[in-house]
Design a protein around this ligand. Structure first.
Ligand SMILES: [Zn+2]
Length: 306
């Protein structure tokens, strides 16, 4: 009887399109800081990468080819938007892992912006601001390629051309969330984990106060699991970043950002300057961030994404 029942369940599962059971965990040790660092170097070698530039298009192709190499289903969202510099073309890049059992399920988004701020008077390559989180996200995509229902999203147009307003800054993430709404997918997104400025050799992550409390708790626990708890704290300040359009849509989100990027403790004088270069970053910092994020993913799955 038991054998027949198992056979029946397998056939039923096959008939409703059930696929292989995917692992819900990737060993956090598999995240390699040097690999992430090499991705950052490749992006920085393209020079300044502001929205609408040829270098941005080149960065987009690089990211898409790396996601494909990791075996992910890869899409580009290409769209026009008005900006203080006139209409510009924007490009989000999205890599998706396989669906669990071939069926729609709760989705976790890991995200970064890959554009650099338009600063025509200086040679701004954005090693940390735009580069570091994108390099880390590509390595995360390699490590977590077989975890079900994870989307890796690379936003264009995070940086404001002048200052943040309804038509300046967060252009890619706002468009992405509008698409989620249009496709009735908002309820499927269980968590957004945003990375930004995560490569500083002197790593000191301050999670902005406008992060979802439950995700902050899980992130602290994940950091403790991998031995990196001392690198993370909760800030009293809010930050306007790509996680905000998700929060506004009711989607839980956390922003992993180190906003002390400068020549001395508490300073931020490398930010948005020509001093934001590779020599300020370390593979070890990227590794702490990447391993903590992989562990966080596993914890979210273990908690059934509640
Ligand atoms: Zn910036």
């Amino acid at each position: 009887m038991a054998t027949k029942l198992i056979f029946f369940l397998c056939v039923a599962g096959f008939m409703i399109g059930c696929g292989p059971n995917l692992p819900t965990e990737a060993d956090w040790h598999s995240f390699d800081g040097k690999r992430a660092f090499n991705h950052v170097q490749a992006l920085v070698n393209m020079g300044p990468r502001p929205a609408g530039s040829p270098a941005l298009t080149k960065a987009c192709s690089y990211i898409a080819s790396q996601l494909e190499e990791a075996g992910l289903e890869t899409q580009e969202q290409v769209f026009m938007a008005n900006t203080p510099r006139g209409p510009l073309q924007f490009r989000n890049v999205i890599g998706k892992t396989p669906r669990s059992n071939g069926a729609p399920g709760p989705i976790i988004i890991l995200a970064s912006h890959y554009d650099t701020k338009y600063l025509p008077d200086i040679h701004f390559v954005g090693a940390n601001d735009g580069g570091s989180s994108s390099g880390a996200l590509l390595e995360l995509a390699r490590c977590a390629a077989m975890m079900p229902n994870v989307w890796f999203v690379f936003f264009d147009g995070e940086e404001a051309i002048r200052e943040y307003s309804s038509d300046d800054g967060l252009v890619g993430s706002k468009f992405f969330v509008e698409q989620l709404k249009a496709n009735n997918q908002v309820d499927s997104i269980k968590a957004v984990i945003l990375l930004d400025m995560v490569g500083d050799a002197n790593l000191n992550v301050s999670l902005p106060a406008n992060s979802t409390g439950k995700l902050v708790e899980e992130l602290f626990a994940a950091a403790r699991d991998v031995g990196g708890r001392d690198y993370f704290k909760l800030s009293k300040n809010e930050i306007l970043d790509d996680h905000v359009p998700f929060l506004n849509a009711g989607i839980p989100a956390v922003d992993i950002i180190d906003f002390e990027y400068g020549s001395a403790l508490g300073q931020n004088d490398y930010w948005h300057t020509d001093k934001d270069t590779m020599d300020k970053l370390s593979p070890r910092s990227l590794e702490i961030i990447g391993q903590t994020t992989l562990r966080l993913l596993a914890r979210l799955y273990a908690n059934r994404l509640k």
